[in-house]
Ligand binder design. Structure first.
Ligand SMILES: [Fe+2]
Length: 286
């Protein structure tokens, strides 16, 4: 596989008005942006314009391919994915390791596959078709454990196996780990990470909420959203310091459970903190 470039720290932006003003405050600190493929399904050419406007590298994130579906690849969908990824000139794109439905019937969510050898074959075949058609590196993202691990592999073992067999890299979602604990209380972030082939983590997704609102928002799993957010920071620390993870990109996600998104100054603080943490600079203390 081609070596992925080091992009640094970026921001996932939803293609909406809300972000226009926000970007004026934070753009100087952001190394690149990530966009959702689905926002450009009607107008793939808009990506060329967005790329020109933002003047930064763009990554694209997909939830459309349903890698675990046992059935032929939808050619129209893959061609349309390719068009959008090419328009953005994305150095890579990412997709979830999950099942989202069969032709004509959608699950409505990202379902963790039944983890058997048969599933592995279906998923790996699908990835090799995407690789052949799209011709850009694909990163695989962990989804939420909405139930215990079902099948012959643990979730982490299953991810490792897919990465090995398809020579892919991992996009580790911190939020999806945290959601897992809500549905499946035995889920443990650190145990999951320890089982993963962490040298293959090329990208990290981590949410950042509005810090003031998080303090007053209870959460049934973590006590408060503030505690959940603290766990996210702790997990990033653990990845960087204990596991020596060297991602090519870290992406902050601002759309979380609270009504408003993080204050620009807070976002910039944590963005700089994570640059220091993962990209070889002296670690600053927050
Ligand atoms: Fe995702």
């Amino acid at each position: 596989v081609k070596k992925l470039p080091e992009l640094g720290v970026g921001l996932l932006i939803h293609y909406s008005e809300k972000y226009k003003n926000y970007l004026e405050h934070v753009n100087n600190h952001v190394d690149f942006y990530e966009l959702l493929l689905i926002h450009f399904s009607e107008n793939p050419n808009a990506l060329k314009r967005v790329k020109k406007e933002l003047k930064k590298p763009l990554l694209l994130h997909s939830a459309a391919a349903s890698l675990a579906t046992d059935g032929p690849v939808n050619e129209t969908m893959v061609n349309s994915m390719k068009e959008r990824i090419d328009n953005a000139d994305a150095p890579w794109y990412s997709e979830h390791l999950c099942f989202t439905g069969v032709s004509g019937l959608q699950a409505g969510t990202l379902v963790l596959p039944i983890m058997t050898e048969e599933s592995l074959n279906i998923i790996c075949d699908k990835i090799s078709i995407l690789n052949k058609k799209i011709q850009r590196p694909l990163l695989i993202e962990n989804v939420v454990n909405m139930y215990n691990d079902v099948g012959d592999f643990t979730h982490a073992e299953f991810i490792n196996e897919v990465l090995k067999r398809t020579d892919s890299k991992l996009l580790l979602s911190v939020e999806n780990m945290s959601m897992s604990k809500r549905f499946y209380p035995e889920f443990d972030h650190y145990k999951f990470i320890d089982e993963l082939e962490t040298s293959k983590i090329a990208q990290i997704h981590c949410p950042l909420g509005n810090l003031e609102e998080q303090k007053i928002t209870p959460d049934s799993t973590y006590g408060s959203l503030e505690k959940k957010q603290q766990l996210h920071f702790d997990v990033l620390n653990y990845l960087a310091k204990e596991k020596k993870v060297k991602p090519n990109a870290l992406v902050w996600e601002l759309e979380t459970e609270t009504n408003s998104i993080a204050e620009p100054k807070d976002f910039i603080n944590y963005l700089e903190w994570s640059k220091d943490l993962f990209f070889n600079k002296e670690v600053i203390k927050l």
